[in-house]
Design a protein around this ligand. Structure first.
Ligand code: HEM
Length: 415
């Protein structure tokens, strides 16, 4: 029998500063490698697009953290901040029948029609924010598009959809940021858990007393119709997952698409010349080229699985590098690192794959399809106020974007 070679270990930089370079280095190291995450926790990484797609669909590999041996053995510190993305009590962290029980109420209530019904409201929010943008410029005429446009808007949409009272929105935003950041302290993490629990309990009590036309009321109304009802804790985690998953990712899509167009004049020219349908190409190519989700923890094999000749033992953790595989040259060719809206290589995995594939693509695409054309139509002279390499990455292993997008709006801002 030939002994397997020990896979190389690559350290993941929590600053996210060179995420695509890091993904390329991981790919060069092998199709199946190990990564060291902040805090010294190690996980396996599949760097090849096709192999990761297969693994995500493999029924022997799930998302239930209770199958992570290192955690059961107490080797993962209780206060490890990334646990908040792993140790969940919602669909993201259950497999098989339990996964279906938790995911089904969402797919029943978070329907295409419910999303489509948001179109006029999203249009209104976007128009209002665009009106306000010029007044938000600093003394040099610079506006941070992330802070003043991409950031508040998906949060508002998802909070309205769920039925979170308006006065809670800023606090929810802070709580989400605490979870996403890689430098959250143990105390901050524990306080976040407690506070969000109290807020959800309050919301459930309000909607049980008086249902409204929102997702929380719809979920409470159908709860138990498809089998064992979701507990309050599961409902909390489910809604929290929607806000977390539907907020940061959508911001990143809008920021990353704007940044890509502002730094690729030849692609922007195609947009200027193209019709409405060109925006769908911008959105899909951004999702591939600069995927909002970088490295996503975690999957856990319930049996030993062999991938490209390497055995990943049962009970280990696997990280999915979605933004990395979306630039895999084996899939997209040698120009995989180029932003090209006419690329015909087809599907990307920005929304993941397998039974846990994202449930929010319709909403994410709708938000971007309204926000991006409206922004470029209102401010046709929009340009970056700094060099692209001066932009700072979101300090996260998970979120792939920049913390600010400073721009000049151009002459139309004065009009
Ligand atoms: C551009 C925006 C978005 C991106 C790039 C994105 C990406 C992802 C990814 C990579 C996963 C993991 C899939 C896997 O493990 O295979 C995921 C899961 C999920 N996403 Fe999204 N997402 C986006 C927007 C949204 C929105 C708007 C919502 C809802 C409001 C949402 C809800 C979810 C949920 C509920 C899951 C877990 C599904 C499950 O485990 O069964 N996402 N998303």
């Amino acid at each position: 029998m030939v002994a397997e070679t020990v896979p190389p270990v690559i350290r993941i930089d929590p600053s996210g500063a060179d995420r695509h370079g890091e993904a390329a280095r991981m790919r060069e190291a092998g199709q199946v490698i190990r990564a060291e995450l902040p805090g010294g926790v190690q996980m396996w990484v599949i760097t090849d697009y096709g192999l990761l797609a297969e693994l995500a669909a493999d029924p022997r590999v799930g998302r239930d953290w209770r199958n992570w041996d290192a955690l059961s053995r107490g080797e993962v510190p209780e206060d490890w901040p990334l646990l908040s993305m792993i140790r969940l009590n919602n669909a993201m962290a259950r497999d098989g029948g339990e996964h279906r029980r938790l995911r089904r109420p969402l797919t029943r209530t978070f329907t295409r029609n419910r999303v489509e019904a948001l179109r006029p409201r999203i249009g209104e929010i976007v128009a209002r924010m665009l009106d306000e943008l010029p007044a938000l410029a600093d003394a040099d005429g610079v506006v941070d598009l992330r802070k003043h446009y991409a950031y508040p808007f998906p949060m508002q949409v998802i909070c309205e959809l769920i039925g979170v009272p308006e006065e809670w929105w800023p606090r929810f935003r802070q709580l989400i940021d605490t979870v996403v950041r890689a430098d959250t302290t143990a105390e901050e993490y524990m306080a976040t858990q407690q506070e969000r629990h109290e807020l959800w309990q309050k919301l459930f009590a309000m909607r049980r007393a008086e249902p409204a036309d929102d997702l929380t009321s719809a979920l409470l109304a159908i709860n138990g119709e498809d089998g064992e009802p979701l507990t309050d804790e599961e409902l909390e985690d489910t809604l929290w997952m929607l806000i977390g998953a539907g907020h940061e990712t959508s911001i990143s899509l809008i920021v990353n698409a704007t940044r890509a167009l502002l730094t690729h004049p030849e692609q922007r020219a195609k947009v200027d010349e193209g019709g409405d349908e060109v925006w769908a190409k911008v959105i899909e190519e951004t999702l591939r080229f600069d995927s909002p989700v970088g490295n996503f923890p975690a999957r856990f094999p319930t049996e030993d699985v062999t991938v490209a000749g390497v055995t990943i033992p049962k009970g280990e953790a696997i990280l999915a590098p979605w933004s990395g595989v979306n630039r895999d040259p084996a899939r997209y060719g040698e120009d995989a690192d180029q932003f090209d809206i006419d690329r015909s290589a087809g599907k990307h995995m920005a929304f993941g794959a397998g039974p846990h594939v994202c449930i929010g693509p319709n909403l994410a695409r709708l938000e971007a399809a309204i926000a991006l054309p409206a922004l470029f139509a209102r401010f046709p002279e929009l340009r970056l106020a700094v060099e692209d390499d001066a932009l700072t990455a979101v300090p996260s292993i998970f979120s792939n974007s920049v913390v600010g997008l400073p721009v000049f709006l151009g002459a139309q801002a004065q009009a």
